[in-house]
Design a protein around this ligand. Structure first.
Ligand SMILES: [Zn+2]
Length: 508
């Protein structure tokens, strides 16, 4: 049985779920649903990253103990994803005892193998990023993210011999062109590897920070938050058991935003090499969203909340817009005007109308009872079937390459074709002549098949709409993912469908 292990980044608990994190969740949830429905063994992981300076500070500002603070914020994330219908299989917190134990185990292993050493180090440190910068990485002497001058810190710390694995990583990326995708991000990592990457400072003295995982061989230190957090992708599987790790780790696909490319593309694979673990299969990197052409920020008041969008247009429509409007790996812009246009044109008019017209006619002319197809089918019926067969094939090809927008485009091209089929066959005109009723019945049967295949193809993308279509078609659940049933074979003689639900009321 084919398998896939899908991970999201662990969200840092000093913020709220917003458009960026919702986008990663919607992509990964769509893929998890897609593979599950096709019978793949699937494990889908998300969670929260809870250690480090920023969390300790946020907790202090809230007048709370860090653990109580992270309990609360982690729960906010989890509840938000549950309300959004995200079907993760496991939710990890980096404060979970099994994660802490595994990080310490791995640190000990790498330390004993000689790839962690103690050294005195002076460097430029950005508290916002919680990391040291080389002068070359700074922009006009400032942190490129926080635009503040870093502080010169000199202290003794533990270092991971990352540079030792630089060449091996470069060779791996050269030999596996889709290890990091899309290609632009692969090239970015290869460019990083053209310069010496140096070693990675992986400890913070407790004099400066206590909120972290203690270094097991030196209690005066805690672990650098990235070194701790990245390990979650393995610790979660290990927690589920060695068998789960053996089964799923070789199929690991990480999904991240482009801002965390370096930790995932450089730190993490070298850490895995040092720990003697196989590398992940793919690192999939997506772009950023702007809102009406501007960067999203609390101060601009343009933050898009997934829960507010759910309330306003429904989760399916929000999913549709994000997946249809963006190309994986590229930046995208959230525009009210495009949202409105896509919603009305694609969801309300194209798909919504097809569902309501088909089921309304089936009810009016045949009281919902499905009629026989024409035998042999005329060319126009065969063309309709072919349009959906082609859509199904395109969805498969596109999803394999993360072309989710193209996959949706293919499905909606088919439903659009079905609407044209209604215009061309004109069942509402034919129905005026009782002698033509058998043909009307055949036309509607073809349209029911079109709805069935559309609902099957849409299920991972628009799970609620898909469920409502299947329910209206009165198909039992085990048929929902019966992709191999040939056209014309889904509805047995006498099968009765229901009247149409309003899937997507038009936005005014
Ligand atoms: Zn910074």
């Amino acid at each position: 049985m084919p398998r896939i292990y899908i991970t999201t980044p662990l969200y840092y608990v000093n913020g709220d779920p917003h458009l960026g994190s919702a986008y990663t969740m919607i992509i990964t949830d769509t893929l998890a649903r897609y593979y599950r429905l096709r019978g793949w063994e699937t494990f889908y992981l998300t969670g929260t990253d809870e250690h480090g300076d920023k969390i300790a500070q946020a907790a202090a500002e809230a007048g709370m103990d860090p653990k109580a603070f992270t309990d609360q914020v982690s729960q906010t994330f989890r509840a938000a994803w549950d309300l959004c219908g995200i079907t993760y299989d496991h939710f990890i917190r980096t404060t979970d005892p099994y994660h802490v134990r595994y990080v310490q185990e791995l640190l000990t292993k790498v330390y004993e193998a000689g790839d962690i050493y103690f050294d005195r180090y002076g460097g430029l440190y950005c508290f916002g990023c919680e990391r040291f910068y080389t002068p070359k990485e700074l922009r006009d002497g400032r942190c490129p993210d926080h635009l503040v001058e870093p502080t010169l810190i000199e202290e003794e710390n533990y270092f991971f011999r990352m540079g030792k694995y630089q060449e091996r990583l470069r060779q791996h990326i050269e030999a596996h062109p889709d290890f990091i995708r899309p290609e632009g991000f692969r090239n970015e990592v290869l460019a990083m590897l053209r310069e010496p990457i140096g070693d990675l400072c992986i400890s913070r003295p407790k004099s400066r920070l206590t909120w972290g995982i203690e270094i097991p061989f030196d209690r005066r230190y805690v672990t650098y938050v990235w070194f701790d957090a990245l390990i979650n992708y393995v610790s979660a599987l290990k927690y589920k058991g060695e068998e789960m790790f053996q089964k799923f780790w070789p199929e690991a696909q990480h999904f991240i935003g482009k801002d965390i490319l370096k930790p995932h593309g450089v730190f993490w694979p070298t850490m895995l090499m040092a720990a003697g673990l196989p590398l992940y299969k793919h690192l999939n990197v997506h772009g950023f969203w702007t809102v009406e052409g501007q960067k999203m920020s609390k101060s601009l008041g343009n933050v898009i909340s997934p829960l507010v969008m759910k309330e306003r247009i429904g989760m399916d429509a929000f999913r549709y817009f994000l997946l249809r409007e963006s190309v994986f790996g590229q930046d995208a812009d959230f525009r009210e005007e495009s949202l409105h246009a896509r919603y009305n044109a694609d969801l309300a008019n194209n798909l919504g109308n097809l569902v309501s017209r088909t089921l309304a006619m089936q009810d009016r002319y045949f009281k919902g009872v499905v009629q026989p197809l024409d035998d042999p089918p005329p060319a126009i019926d065969r063309q309709l079937a072919a349009a959906f067969t082609q859509a199904a094939a395109e969805v498969e090809t596109q999803v394999a390459h993360l072309g989710l927008s193209r996959a949706l485009e293919a499905i909606f091209r088919a439903t659009d074709y079905a609407n044209k089929y209604i215009t061309e066959t004109a069942p509402f005109t034919l129905a005026k002549d009782p002698a033509s009723l058998p043909r009307v019945g055949a036309v509607l049967h073809n349209l029911l098949e079109a709805l069935r295949v559309a609902a099957q193809l849409l299920a991972p993308f628009l799970p609620d709409a898909s469920t409502r279509i299947f329910t209206a078609l009165a198909l039992p659940r085990e048929q929902w993912s019966a992709y191999d049933v040939p056209w014309g074979k889904m509805f047995p003689p006498g099968h009765r469908v229901h009247t149409a639900p309003v899937l997507f009321p038009r936005l005014s």
